[in-house]
Write a protein that binds this ligand. Structure first.
Ligand SMILES: [Zn+2]
Length: 91
């Protein structure tokens, strides 16, 4: 699906409709020295291993694509609910 590069929608900061630039949300890079990563590494040590169930048989074939919108006037960012798309591109 083609997603427009500019969307006109309500900005809660400007309290009116403004133009927003559109990008796809990407999760941040995993950093090994962070608390959660260190804790998980500690938990997985030794006999026993994985401490919570991991899902292996996925029912869905696509992942949700979250849109990241940024107001052109006040630079306020907001996210749009994820869409299940096999292929998403900005037009
Ligand atoms: Zn705004």
């Amino acid at each position: 699906m083609k997603v427009p590069k500019i969307i006109r929608t309500f900005c809660p900061k400007c309290k009116t409709h403004t133009e927003f630039t559109v990008a796809f949300y990407k999760a941040g890079k995993r950093r090994g020295a962070r608390k959660g990563e260190r804790d998980q590494a500690q938990r997985k040590q030794g006999y026993g291993g994985q401490k919570f169930p991991m899902q292996h048989n996925q029912a869905k074939v696509t992942k949700k694509t979250t849109l990241l919108l940024q107001c052109k006037e006040c630079k306020h960012s907001l996210m749009r609910e994820g869409l299940r798309l096999k292929k998403a591109e900005l037009e």
